[in-house]
Write a protein that binds this ligand. Structure first.
Ligand code: ADP
Ligand code: MG
Length: 232
């Protein structure tokens, strides 16, 4: 689906939040590395898609009423068989409906479980005065507690992406510390620049989060994606 088609469908449903499957498809088409993710609308479909994705897989709730999927019990990691996928499907629906009574559940996203990497965040927010602003930081507690992030106004040049990465206090972590592997800085730069290009091309995008992106010694991949578009 094109950006315009996804946008039209979201607006027809009165949504400003693009779901993970939609967001990842658009970002992949824009050259941003993301995990291949499909939408299952039944238990059997989730099991078939898990076989196709290759074990281990991850199942996640897809719901316009649930933004933080883990908080609602909507994420199940490291599933290794059809039985585990089936049980996880049931558990996700039960837990999400308990957490958010009456939530509309679109389905469950199925994807291969990516190997653990260094977690970073690539995002965009819209400043009322300056417009789209890109954000980069280390994931997990580094962003939540320490607010160790850097910002740049869109459009970005290559040197902006380099500086964004170099400016964070946790920069040495990306170089590899205490036996931790280094992160592929070139791949992170490319991801930042591709996301910036994407939001520049689509002014309807008001917020975008890749949280987390797993950075590896060779390459990087976003395992979660969220896009918020402007109201019609
Ligand atoms: P949310 O942020 O809405 O709670 P996420 O999609 O970020 O949900 O999933 C929660 C966590 O699960 C992530 O931070 C990541 O550590 C892990 N995770 C999610 N998807 C994958 C995946 N495809 N491969 C490996 N780990 C994943
Ligand atoms: Mg996330």
């Amino acid at each position: 689906m094109t950006f315009e088609a996804v946008l039209a469908q979201a607006r027809a449903e009165g949504r400003t939040l693009l779901n993970e499957v939609e967001a990842k498809q658009l970002l992949r088409d824009a050259g941003v590395p993301v995990t291949n993710t499909t939408l299952a609308t039944s238990r059997a479909e989730a099991q078939a898609q898990a076989e196709a994705a290759g074990y281990p897989v991850v199942l996640k709730v897809v719901s316009p009423d649930i933004a933080h999927k883990s908080d609602a019990g909507g994420v199940k990691l490291n599933l290794k068989s059809q039985d585990e996928v089936g049980a996880a499907y049931d558990a996700i629906l039960e837990s999400c409906l308990k957490h958010v009574p009456g939530a509309k559940i679109t389905g469950v996203a199925v994807q291969h479980m990516a190997p653990q990497g260094t977690e970073v965040i690539v995002g965009m927010t819209t400043d009322p005065q300056f417009g789209p602003v890109m954000m980069f930081g280390l994931g997990g507690i580094m962003v939540e507690v320490l607010k160790d992030v850097s910002f740049r106004l869109v459009p970005l040049e290559e040197k902006d992406a380099t500086q964004m990465i170099d400016e964070i206090k946790g920069r040495p972590i990306l170089a590899g510390v205490r036996g931790q592997p280094a992160a592929d800085i070139g791949a992170l730069k490319t991801a930042i620049l591709k996301v910036a290009e994407f939001v520049e091309k689509h002014p309807e995008v008001k917020e975008l989060d890749l949280n987390p992106v797993f950075a590896y010694p060779d390459g990087a991949i976003a395992v979660d994606a969220r896009i918020v578009v402007a109201e019609a």
